[in-house]
Design a protein around this ligand. Structure first.
Ligand SMILES: NC(=O)c1ccc[n+]([C@@H]2O[C@H](COP(=O)([O-])OP(=O)(O)OC[C@H]3O[C@@H](n4cnc5c(N)ncnc54)[C@H](O)[C@@H]3O)[C@@H](O)[C@H]2O)c1
Length: 356
């Protein structure tokens, strides 16, 4: 049985991680940590069992006999907690994004290598049944060469906790690019076979920070809004990534923009087949016979039913700790990810393409 300490008992811990553990037979949450005691009480209630409670994660890691920490705190703490756990011989699983700077993700990599323990970051979208099917098709060569793609997560209005930690650069690392970009850039790059990014360009915009509209945050269930708080991150980012194998990826992320509706998508173009994955479902496209387009494959709909993809990712990590599965994520993929995000912010600041 893998003994888990859940660190950070806010929205994602209660909404996805705790329900996830209920479906993992070989893991048990034995301790929780939050700086707000009421959050720990809520987590305990949701777990339906008594757990040890700590307001200081260091004390928890030092005192409790645990096999892994599950980090669900604001972004700027992910690296600190993961490294502290690894240095104390404890496996670390962190919510996304990996961390908020290239320097810290390299520190995480070093700590993982020195400890010999496992370190994994949430990549829940890989765990959609649809994503697994696409990955198997890519590996089978069904797409031919995937040479370009587009991906994004665009929201009409859905700023998480406006004025709180999500919109404060020092704590979040950025806006929708780091918050939502991690999800869809990862899915695209994963399906493309994890090529290394070599150059990046992008633009970021902040048009809703001073908006009077209290509805800007309504469609996000994450983070606590703070009246007159800080909003020094972007609300929209676009960009272009080139990879060492010549492939390219266009990206677009927004927390607020005047579009029809919120959507997530990964479009990939291969020499034999193309796909549009969106909100958990996908379609496949080829050229049809004689260019009549009658032969377009369609496979949408049956995957849209919600599955606890976060729980599936946690289950994988627990199985990796118990040597039942090989890790589907390496921290080098995290390094590649944070380098891409960091370079897009640098490109937006300088107006130049950034070579990685
Ligand atoms: N994978 C996903 O789909 C997904 C979705 C939402 C959020 N997230 C990620 O999960 C993390 C948490 O997001 P959230 O929406 O739950 O935020 P939240 O603000 O609701 O929860 C964060 C919790 O961490 C606690 N905390 C702050 N400092 C702490 C410390 N030093 N020690 C212990 N606890 C501390 C806060 O009190 C709060 O309860 C973020 O990194 C976010 O990016 C991932």
């Amino acid at each position: 049985m893998v003994k888990v300490a859940l660190i950070g008992c806010g929205g994602i811990a209660k909404g996805a991680h705790i329900p996830g553990y209920k479906n993992i037979d070989n893991a048990e949450v034995v301790a929780v940590c939050d700086i707000l005691p009421e959050r720990m009480d809520e987590a305990e209630n949701k777990l339906g069992k008594t757990v040890k409670k700590y307001t200081d994660y260091k004390e928890l890691i030092e005192k409790e006999d645990i096999d892994m920490v599950d980090i669900c705190t604001p972004n700027y703490l992910h690296a600190d907690i993961a490294i502290y756990a690894l240095e104390h011989g404890v496996n670390a699983f962190s919510e996304k994004p990996d961390t908020i700077s290239v320097e810290r993700v390299l520190d995480m990599k070093r700590a993982q290598e020195e400890s010999g323990k496992h370190l994994m970051v949430m990549r829940n979208n890989r765990y959609w049944p649809s994503a697994k099917e696409l990955k198997a098709m890519v590996e089978n060569g069904d797409f031919g060469e995937i040479y370009t793609g587009r991906c994004g997560w665009i929201r009409r209005r859905g700023i998480p906790g406006k004025g709180g930690w999500f919109t404060t650069k020092e704590m979040s690392g950025g806006g929708p690019l780091i918050d939502l970009g991690v999800h869809m850039i990862d899915l695209a790059v994963y399906l493309m076979g994890n090529p290394r990014a070599v150059s990046v360009s992008g633009c970021t915009y902040n048009k809703f920070a001073d908006s009077e509209d209290k509805g800007d945050s309504v469609h996000s269930k994450f983070g606590d809004a703070v009246e007159d708080g800080i909003f020094d991150v972007e609300d929209l980012a676009i960009g272009f990534i080139k990879f060492e194998n010549g492939a390219s990826l266009q990206i677009e992320f927004s927390w607020a923009s005047n579009i029809k509706r919120e959507t997530t998508f990964v479009e990939l173009r291969g020499t034999k087949l193309g796909t549009k994955w969106s909100n958990g479902s996908y379609e496949l496209y080829d050229g049809g016979k004689g260019s009549t387009f009658k032969n377009v494959f369609k496979k949408a709909g049956q995957y849209s039913k919600y599955k606890n993809i976060h729980g599936e990712n946690l289950k994988h990590f627990v199985n990796v700790i118990e040597n039942k599965e090989k890790p589907d994520f390496t921290i080098d993929q995290g390094v590649n990810m944070i380098k891409i995000l960091d370079a897009i912010y640098k490109s937006a600041e300088t107006g130049k393409e950034i070579i990685l």
